[in-house]
Unconditional design. Structure first.
Length: 82
């Protein structure tokens, strides 16, 4: 039976491999605000639905584009050892 320390070591990347973390971004917050405005707007005003929906759609598109760009920048052999 594996101990907790052995389990953590198995999940860790090999020594010397760089861990990729996404850059800080305000996009998730703006995305959440957009969907929240759209949902609240259903009961209050069509303008909030449209504005929130547009904010949500634009931030989602930008967020996905940025994530794809970051994935393309990863080394090609990144998953070869896993």
């Amino acid at each position: 039976m594996a101990t907790a320390d052995e389990s953590l070591e198995a999940d860790a990347p090999p020594a010397g491999e760089e861990i990729h973390l996404p850059n800080p971004s305000i996009l998730p917050i703006l995305n959440a605000v957009g969907i929240s405005l759209a949902i609240v707007g259903i009961t209050i005003s069509l303008i909030l639905v449209i504005g929130g929906g547009l904010l949500f759609a634009v931030t989602a598109i930008i967020w996905i584009r940025d994530a794809r760009r970051e994935m393309d920048e990863l080394p090609l052999d990144h998953s070869a050892g896993h």
